[in-house]
Design a protein around this ligand. Structure first.
Ligand SMILES: NC(=O)c1ccc[n+]([C@@H]2O[C@H](COP(=O)([O-])OP(=O)(O)OC[C@H]3O[C@@H](n4cnc5c(N)ncnc54)[C@H](OP(=O)(O)O)[C@@H]3O)[C@@H](O)[C@H]2O)c1
Ligand SMILES: O=P(O)(O)OC[C@H](O)CO
Length: 309
């Protein structure tokens, strides 16, 4: 057994929480999944746990933190955050929120090109665990790695987290691109221009530039923007087909974090004076202010500029 069979608690019984729990079980680890709906006593579950993996969507992060604060968490417990979103009130990332709430606990970010349905089929995938405490990241790497899941280390938790968060906005744009059947040239241009937009925001918010060219940045951008399995991509695709956002959300399986992220990111961009042209059009589209065709027109008709500036 690995690492003396560390006991792991996954908080969040959504598809990503279940997938991470299954990966740990493949390594014969003792894993419990806690969800709001099971009625189980979280305090009893975490009493002997050594690792907590939070796989809730962004709207669950603050409630989860508050619940754990009431339980007076042991400071030896490693906390892993796997959420890809921005908290709407504070505009902070989950890493910031967890760090602020539990400064004494080792904190690890897990993020990468990880479409849960593919991982559940046993298809090969890679991810990143990032922490300022290398020892904690190495432990997570050992606990989750397997023959179909390759885990890389990174020392930039913020950049790792922001790559996974910011690409969701681009996945909506990419779904629109495919839904409108704009072709391979348009898609390549969109994804290539999406990356510097992500880097611009991500570095301003504290991520290292290099991280955005790795698995949790470019890697996740490619996965999410090219897969109909992505909920964010599905939102964009169906908007392009003429469905309204409420119609899409009524049938969507799970959370499309990019919708909230777009709104929060626009506020951050305005406050920090960041140039985010793709995000801006996604935001107007999600608000119902413009059609998908106008969003494309607006992007194409901007002032001409140098490629790198
Ligand atoms: N699906 C993927 O392929 C994938 C891959 C990598 C990362 N992620 C990220 O992981 C996160 C979860 O994704 P998912 O696909 O598992 O989403 P999901 O299937 O929609 O599940 C949402 C999860 O969030 C929890 N939650 C929502 N509101 C909450 C609240 N107010 N209080 C407490 N918990 C709350 C739910 O808890 P309950 O179980 O208690 O209902 C559920 O576990 C997202 O940030 C997503 O971007 C997803
Ligand atoms: O289904 P999505 O759009 O939340 O994407 C899932 C993962 O973030 C892909 O890495």
């Amino acid at each position: 057994m690995l690492e003396n069979a560390k006991k792991i608690t996954v908080i969040g019984g959504g598809i990503w929480g279940q997938t991470l729990a299954n990966l740990a079980r493949l390594n014969h680890l003792a894993v419990r999944v806690w969800s709001r709906h099971t009625g189980e006593d979280l305090g009893a579950i975490i009493a002997d746990t050594e690792v907590i993996i939070s796989a809730v969507s962004i709207k669950g992060v603050v409630p989860t933190i508050e619940k754990l604060q009431q339980l007076q968490l042991n400071s030896r417990i490693i906390i892993v955050t796997a959420t890809k979103g921005l908290e709407p009130i504070t505009t902070r990332t989950p890493f910031h929120l967890w760090n602020q709430a539990f400064p004494a606990n080792p904190l690890v970010v897990l993020s990468g090109p990880n479409l849960a349905k593919e991982i559940n089929q046993g298809l090969p995938a890679a991810t990143v665990v990032a922490s300022y405490l290398q020892k904690a990241a190495i432990l997570l790497q050992k606990l989750l790695s397997g023959e179909s899941f390759r885990v890389y280390l990174n020392s930039d938790p913020l950049g790792t987290e922001l790559g996974g968060t910011l690409k969701n906005v681009m996945a909506i744009a990419s779904g629109v691109c495919d839904g409108l059947q704009l072709g391979t040239n348009a898609k390549s241009a969109l994804l290539t221009r999406a990356l510097p937009e992500i880097v611009r925001v991500g570095t301003c918010l504290g991520g290292c530039q290099e991280t955005f060219f790795g698995l949790s940045g470019l890697g996740d951008l490619l996965a999410t923007c090219n897969s109909p399995l992505s909920r964010n991509y599905q939102v964009g695709y169906q908007l392009a087909l003429g469905l309204s956002l409420p119609e899409i959300l009524a049938k969507l399986e799970g959370t499309a974090e990019g919708i909230n992220t777009t709104e929060v990111l626009m506020r951050i961009a305005q406050e920090k004076n960041l140039y985010v042209p793709i995000t801006c059009q996604v935001d107007r589209l999600l608000r119902g202010e413009i059609s998908p065709q106008v969003a494309v027109y607006e992007l194409m008709r901007r002032d001409l500029k140098a490629e790198f500036d």
